[in-house]
Design a protein around this ligand. Structure first.
Ligand SMILES: Cc1cc2nc3c(=O)[nH]c(=O)nc-3n(C[C@H](O)[C@H](O)[C@H](O)COP(=O)(O)OP(=O)(O)OC[C@H]3O[C@@H](n4cnc5c(N)ncnc54)[C@H](O)[C@@H]3O)c2cc1C
Length: 292
């Protein structure tokens, strides 16, 4: 899928646009497993895959290598890229690698502070915010990539208020972003309020909601604690009712995600982006249940 096809699919979807997110594996064994998951998902008509970028360039080589493998499997690929620890010259090199490997797009991110640091510090020759990276991608490879940026339905954890956070999102879009993918959220109302704020701030590009089928209450608490997403009480109760039965908790997670997706699409979301955590089972269950 070319950049323009991808943007067209998001802007005027004949059906909901579906994407799945992988993270770069740390060992060859984990890599083989990730590609097995990708092969299992490939026949399902997923529109594109995205592959994350480790903090501070720690996954620079693996994002490129596994991204190239996903491209070979036939996925239009969005490679994530963060500003952490990179000069503009280094970012240009990574972008050139994505170009050569046939990536369709880039998710332009600021990134989080590296482990042990509490505040983000920009590289002296880099960018302090994702907006700079969006402009840089357009400058070094004009028109080559579909460019996405991150959005936060429950507000970015560093932001002081919704208004300024939305204004900065609008800045990233004005700088050239073609779409927004959101942080995971578990209450659809957070997404709809976020979209309303973004539209009011002049953001017109598609806003793809991020969905994570939770695996268990423990996993949800860990993950949501890290990205500061709220777990609705109703979901906590459903998961608690499963006791120690991990498979039952996983099924609750899938069924919650199915209800979220149906509710989102029914109210106009352009599609959905699934945080699959490099695992096939919940993703396959989710897609199967959404078809039935
Ligand atoms: C879909 C998605 C995918 C992600 N993938 C990855 C990944 O692959 N690797 C990774 O390390 N992290 C990833 N992250 C996490 C992300 O890097 C962090 O959440 C990071 O803290 C913020 O990145 P950002 O691009 O939103 O930053 P920015 O848009 O730069 O925003 C960061 C903060 O600065 C504020 N801000 C923005 N612009 C300005 C400005 N011009 N002036 C002043 N303040 C401003 C914002 O309100 C916000 O509080 C992902 C997040 C999402 C939602």
């Amino acid at each position: 899928m070319s950049r323009s096809q991808l943007i067209q699919a998001l802007r005027a979807p004949a059906r909901p646009t579906v994407s799945v997110e992988f993270f770069p594996p740390k060992t060859p064994e984990a890599g083989a497993k990730m590609l097995e998951v990708a092969r299992a998902l490939r026949p399902l008509g997923i529109d594109f895959a995205s592959l994350t970028y480790g903090a501070g360039g720690t996954s620079r080589d693996t994002t490129l290598a596994y991204g190239a493998e996903l491209v070979k499997l036939g996925f239009p690929l969005i490679g994530h890229l963060t500003c952490v620890g990179h000069s503009q010259a280094e970012l240009t090199e990574v972008i050139a690698g994505y170009d050569a490997a046939g990536f369709s797009g880039i998710l332009a991110l600021r990134g989080d502070p590296p482990k042990g640091q509490t505040a983000f510090t920009a590289h002296p020759e880099g960018f302090a915010h994702a907006e700079g990276l969006v402009r840089h991608i357009a400058a070094v490879r004009p028109g080559r990539f579909a460019v996405g940026v991150a959005g936060f339905p429950e507000r970015h954890p560093d932001a002081t208020d919704d208004l300024s956070d939305t204004r900065f999102l609008a800045g990233k879009v004005s700088a050239g972003a073609d779409f927004v993918t959101t942080q995971l959220f578990l209450d659809n109302e957070d997404y709809f309020r976020f979209v309303a704020r973004a539209r009011a701030a002049g953001v017109t590009v598609p806003i793809l909601p991020g969905i994570m089928p939770v695996l268990s209450l423990k996993q949800a608490r860990n993950f949501c604690g890290f990205c500061k997403a709220r777990i609705p009480e109703a979901l906590v109760r459903e998961l608690e009712a499963c006791g120690d039965d991990e498979e039952a908790q996983r099924k609750v997670g899938v069924s919650w995600a199915v209800r979220q997706v149906r509710g989102l699409v029914a109210r106009g979301a352009p599609g959905y982006h699934v945080y699959i955590l490099n695992r096939a089972e919940s993703a396959l269950d989710l897609f199967a249940q959404l078809k039935s």
